[in-house]
Design a protein around this ligand. Structure first.
Ligand code: SF4
Length: 393
């Protein structure tokens, strides 16, 4: 169910079956980080059973031409959003320019809708980064399509999302930066479960397989986008290393104060001995907050507006627990179910050798071959967006 109650769910399974049968179309699929810890529930698994490899095999059997990962563009989001935050801090603290802080994350379309409607004066505070789903569509239909020698209109991008609001997001008029609609169809976790059953695939008997390169390669930091606090933790892992030039020890990767199901969570980090480019941050206490559930976002904003609280960076997710508790996930979602999925996602992160977004070599290659650098003109065109204020009545 849509967390803001504005969107009713439309099933797109028939549309996707049709396009998979079209020989003129190259059909690629991306899977959001939260799917792998919940899809198994459609086939009788306990909540929190990780089925990443079986899910990948199922998507191949369904006929997708490329099986990719929204995690790839979660890593890309960290590169863009982290750089955007550091540039805002530089303008505010070094250049003494007026700049909109705190900066809010922009991965969650229900939060974006909510901010556009109720807090239009705060829109400059939203990161201009598109969500990872939308970055994926724009990159797939430009960079990857070019590599494959096909035109954007010959490619269909299907997303598997934990979320009903993503169905609306892909249809926003801004999301056509590849020259056609960047993401064509969004299926929820439940709809993917339905397709697997309709195809007669014995999901639990499937062998595990790996996602395709390059858009299927990702870090553990991308996995944790699924959980409340995950985007913040992923951003801090990368920002810390960029600013200090020092590697974060593995035992310090988790930002414990922003994990768990408390409605609003806070953390702060004092920057010590940054590299020359970021010397203005020496001794600065960077304050962050994380909220999930829109009532908590509202209360957080009210505390900021009243001057009671101040932060530099805030993560907001509309669903309780973040995307692992999204409206497109298998039902019933209780706090116990949320915690099992959250623990599974952290286990997925901890099982990887590459756990920071800036270490993703496929993302580095994307910059080297195509985007140039974070916040470049091409990055701005494909990976960033604008927001709309409340419509006039
Ligand atoms: Fe969708 Fe909920 Fe995740 Fe927001 S928090 S992106 S509404 S699943």
């Amino acid at each position: 169910v849509c967390p803001v109650g504005a969107i009713s769910e439309r099933n797109h399974v028939e549309d996707v079956w049709k396009v998979l049968e079209d020989p003129q179309q190259t059909v690629v699929v991306q899977t959001a980080p939260a799917i792998r810890a919940a899809l198994g529930e459609c086939f009788g698994c306990e909540p929190g059973t990780l089925v990443t490899g079986k899910m990948t095999s199922a998507l191949r059997q369904l006929g997708f031409d490329g099986v990719f990962d929204t995690n790839f563009t979660a890593d890309l989001t960290i590169m863009e959003e982290g750089t955007e935050l550091l540039m805002r801090l530089k303008k505010a603290l070094q250049d003494k320019e007026t700049v909109s802080l705190p900066m809010f994350t922009s991965c969650c379309p229900a939060w974006i809708n909510f901010a556009e409607y109720y807090y239009s004066d705060m829109l400059p505070n939203l990161s201009s980064c598109k969500s990872p789903q939308q970055m994926f569509g724009a990159v797939a239909k430009t960079y990857y399509a070019r590599k494959q020698g096909i035109r954007p209109e010959q490619m269909t991008v299907v997303s598997i999302m934990p979320c009903t609001a993503k169905k609306f997001e892909c249809q926003r008029q801004e999301m056509i930066d590849s020259s056609v609609q960047d993401v064509d169809y969004v299926l929820t976790t439940r709809e993917l479960g339905q397709m697997v059953k309709e195809a007669g695939i014995d999901f639990m008997a499937l062998q595990e397989s790996e996602m395709d390169a390059p858009l299927g390669l990702s870090s553990g930091a991308a996995d944790i986008f699924a959980n409340t606090g995950g985007v913040m933790e992923a951003a801090l892992r990368t920002a810390y290393e960029i600013v200090t030039g020092r590697e974060l020890p593995v035992k310090n990767l988790h930002v414990t104060p922003v994990t768990g199901l408390e409605g609003v969570k806070e953390a702060s980090i004092v920057i010590e001995h940054p590299v020359a480019d970021w010397s203005f941050l020496d001794g600065v206490e960077v304050k962050v907050a994380v909220s999930h559930g829109l009532a908590n976002a509202r209360s957080l904003i009210e505390h900021i507006e009243s001057g009671e609280k101040s932060y530099h960076f805030i993560e907001v997710m509309a669903c309780p627990g973040g995307c692992i508790g999204g409206g497109g996930q298998p039902r019933l979602t209780t706090d116990a179910v949320r915690m099992k999925r959250i623990n599974a996602i952290y286990a997925e992160d901890e099982g990887k050798l590459m756990r920071k977004s800036h270490e993703n070599e496929a993302v580095q290659q994307l910059y080297a071959e195509f985007l140039e650098q974070p916040l470049s003109e091409k990055s701005h065109h494909l990976l960033h967006t604008k927001y709309r204020g409340k419509p006039a009545v």
